[in-house]
Design a binder for this molecule. Structure first.
Ligand code: PMP
Length: 362
């Protein structure tokens, strides 16, 4: 095997090496089946148990209560920007959106195609560095739901609390911080994510939906855009992404071996503290994007004194085995994504490189 680099990419992102090794070992022939997981029928009992295993893995790891359905869907997290309003926001109805970054804006654009949308908070003016206090949120009368993004992957801004909808269903995009810490399910009606950060390969979305929400869905939606239909068909309304679902099962097994999400949270905090520490002790050479109180444990976005230096930093880092550090095209700068699978040694290697770079280019 050629040398593996440290992969700081925001997603598709690093997958735990033991998971890749197990997938490699099972690639040609699953134990007792004699075929690759990608070759077996999704209607076979073999795949049914893989699907059930992936679902159970998520239930175990995230302590998902029985009154939540877990759905495996295609179209990534972006399709959820559309499915949420298609299922829960009819013309003439209102939903509240809290905008703390790029992905919240994308969700807003799609919701506006369906009904009235009130932006009850936006940090646009300050350049998306903050989240609101709960007390700042005034929900619309009769809002069908309130939507927010728990961790804005590009800006590196993470809610430090769960929004309390005061009786309004809370819908949350947790694409980039799911599985990084425990979830208090009482606070949510629907949680969704694209799998390609902490759960597995891209192209798969996982939706956790409280059962009573299914009863609110209007009749007559297109079948594959209807959560109720997907739920009734056990995520097999059409051929699912069998490979990605298999990988989710393996990632959950790995996570359990690591001590679960609580242990992950401790490790994630430690990794993030090392990296933010390097920003804060750089005498302003590296400047973090997010306000300190809402810094993301998963995506550390920062910049150097000039865009030229940002670019030089990223390309030199790449040559040193530190890959995927370029910031998103909408923000520029540097972004280090340090999801569950990202090793602590990689963070230390980045910090060493940062100090050396600042020394040479300060
Ligand atoms: N929401 C968030 C918070 C994201 O980070 C991303 C992707 N980076 C998306 C949504 C979109 O995901 P996908 O590309 O799977 O549609």
């Amino acid at each position: 095997m050629s040398k593996r680099v440290y992969n700081f990419s925001a997603g598709p992102a690093a997958i735990p090496l033991p998971v890749l090794e197990r997938a490699q070992a099972e690639m040609l022939s699953l134990d007792g089946i004699g075929m690759s997981v990608m070759e077996i029928s999704h209607r076979s009992s073999h795949f049914e148990s893989i699907l059930a295993g992936a679902e159970q893995g998520l239930r175990d790891v995230l302590n998902v209560p029985d009154n939540f359905k877990i759905l495996f869907l295609q179209g990534g997290a972006s399709l959820q920007f559309s499915m949420v309003p298609m299922n829960f926001l009819a013309a003439g109805e209102t939903a509240d959106y809290v905008i703390t970054g790029f992905w919240g804006r994308k969700a807003l654009t799609e919701a506006r195609r369906c009904g009235n949308v009130n932006v009850i908070y936006s940090s646009a003016d300050g350049g998306y560095r903050t989240t609101p206090e709960q007390a700042e949120l005034n929900f619309s009368k009769d809002a069908k739901y309130v939507h927010y993004v728990a961790n804005e992957t590009i800006e590196g801004v993470e809610f430090q609390y769960d929004i309390n909808g005061s009786g309004i269903p809370v819908v949350c995009d947790m694409s980039s911080n799911i599985m990084s810490k425990p979830i208090n399910w009482e606070n949510f009606s629907l949680v969704y994510n694209g799998a390609q950060k902490n759960i597995g390969p891209s192209g798969l979305a996982v939706v956790f939906i409280r059962e009573d929400m299914l009863e609110r869905i209007p009749k007559g939606l297109h079948s594959l855009l209807d959560y109720r239909n997907i739920a009734e068909n056990g995520s097999m309304a059409n051929t699912p992404n069998t490979w990605a679902i298999y990988m989710v099962g393996l990632v959950c097994d790995w996570l359990k071996e690591q001590g679960g999400v609580a242990a992950m949270q401790t490790r994630n905090r430690e990794k993030a503290a090392v990296l933010y520490g390097a920003l804060d002790t750089s005498d302003g050479y590296f400047t973090g994007h997010a306000d300190r109180s809402v810094r993301s444990m998963m995506n550390v976005s920062f910049h150097l004194p000039s865009p030229d230096l940002d670019e030089r930093f990223c390309s030199e880092a790449e040559k040193n085995g530190l890959d995927g550090l370029r910031g998103h095209r909408s923000l520029g700068g540097v972004r280090a994504s340090i999801y569950n699978a990202f090793p602590r040694e990689g963070v230390t290697a980045l910090v060493d490189f940062m100090q050396d770079f600042a020394h040479r280019n300060g």
